[in-house]
Design a protein around this ligand. Sequence first.
Ligand SMILES: NC(=O)c1ccc[n+]([C@@H]2O[C@H](COP(=O)([O-])OP(=O)(O)OC[C@H]3O[C@@H](n4cnc5c(N)ncnc54)[C@H](O)[C@@H]3O)[C@@H](O)[C@H]2O)c1
Ligand SMILES: O=C/C=C/C=C(\O)C(=O)O
Length: 489
Amino acid sequence: MNKETLIGKAKVKDAKLFIDGDYVDAISGETFDTLNPATNEKLASVANGSDADAKRAIETAQRTFESGVWSKMPVEERSNILCKMSDLILERVDELALVETLDVGKPIKESRGFDIPRAAQNFRFFAEMAKYVVHEHYDQHHVMSYAKYAPAGVTSLIIPWNLPFMQLTWKASAALASGNTVVVKPASYTPLSAVMLGEIANEAGLPPGVLNILTGPGSTVGTAMATHPFVRRISFVGESNTGKMVMKNASENLIPVSLELGGKSANIIFEDADLDEAVKGSLDAIYRNQGQICLAGSRILVQESIYDQFLDKFTAAVKKIKVGDPTDEKTDMGALVSKSHLESVDQYVQIGLEEGAKLALGGKRVEGLKNGNFYEPTVLYDVDNKMRVAQEEIFGPVPVIIPFKEEEDAIRIANDSIYGLAGVVWTNDLRRAQRVTSEVNSGLLWVNCWYIRDLRTPFGGAKASGIGREGGRHSFEFYTEAKTVTMKL
Ligand SMILES: NC(=O)c1ccc[n+]([C@@H]2O[C@H](COP(=O)([O-])OP(=O)(O)OC[C@H]3O[C@@H](n4cnc5c(N)ncnc54)[C@H](O)[C@@H]3O)[C@@H](O)[C@H]2O)c1
Ligand SMILES: O=C/C=C/C=C(\O)C(=O)O
């Protein structure tokens, strides 16, 4: 059993590795601490896995895969177990939400209202869909061909710290529903909710060895997960530079990769938009989760004719954001994930000011909350898209507001980025919405809304924002190996 400590209302457990259905220490016996971003106090000890632990988990996953206990289980049975995992996540929503909030620093209303319910939805969605995956079948004269989608094998999943449980389950549910065995690594800042998935798996009856959870450094554990010859698929979410390293490592054994990487998405507001709706949506798109969302609308492009009006309304709305204790139901914005990330966000604001951007609000730590990593919701305006603050991912509550004249200027600015993850268009002109979404080179585009998800749709980014798409049938395509059988009759 993992040692428990009571923090607030949450029983926070020391986190061990979860291998072959058991919680175990790292082979070295070493641990590291995970901190509460709101206080920088220790939350729990976490097993510090190494490449030897990764090898052990991957070999377990391989042995389990070969045994057929999961990969050959009838799909209905597999689906039932994954649905049970979904139910158990919902049963434990309060506990999981509190642990996520304590470990990430995010407001409890987000963890309870979005992250954990969405994790349950991930499991139910892929469990149900697995039963309806279409296997192709073609007939010619006296020749029949069909394609089977077989589980690929051991699947490595490497997850970042910003939406830990939601993203882990987004990948794990699809990989498991495809019949694979899984080795997953959460980020070292936020390992606690991931480790709890082991208990849920055992309670739901997932056979031991099907899901294995590793904690430890990306440089060793992550590298082993990308290079071990038993691994047949890697899905990675994180920074673009780490993604490049994962791809390079995976190329050693030609392991297919799915990469969901960084973003600097344009949130474009046209003069014909419903301005109040655009202000509300833009606010959510940059301050939710303290701005630590890959899909954030971090470049706000505003048509010149409504620029001043938008700025007034937007800053007035930002002033109302309540920053504070993430466990308080009324909090809108919590703490950034770490002290070093807080320093990086602050440094970007200073860089922006040196580059000539203007500060409307924020730009400093929150007075009176200096034990935690709290940063004021900030607004940089009169920004030029060439500035570093417009080109680089700040990953914090710092939008840059950029004026534009005509539609083609907005499109040019939106595309002048190494990234291509998302884009948001606020307009009441249907034809304009069509034109702009066609021209902006991003994997995901929202019109008059942001981050509404349909799990059947392809999800992923263009350019430096990633490779491949997951979601619906795209996930099943990635996590399976297509086999074509041609039969002469
Ligand atoms: N496109 C998307 O869907 C998406 C979603 C969420 C986050 N992100 C991006 O993630 C970033 C923030 O997360 P982060 O700081 O945790 O990212 P990160 O790249 O630092 O780390 C991500 C994960 O990779 C591991 N890792 C580190 N080095 C590794 C290596 N050499 N080999 C294998 N794994 C390694 C880390 O331990 C962690 O688990 C932002 O850039 C954000 O945009 C993208
Ligand atoms: O921060 C990045 C958000 C990723 C979101 C998803 O993976 C999703 O909604 O499925």
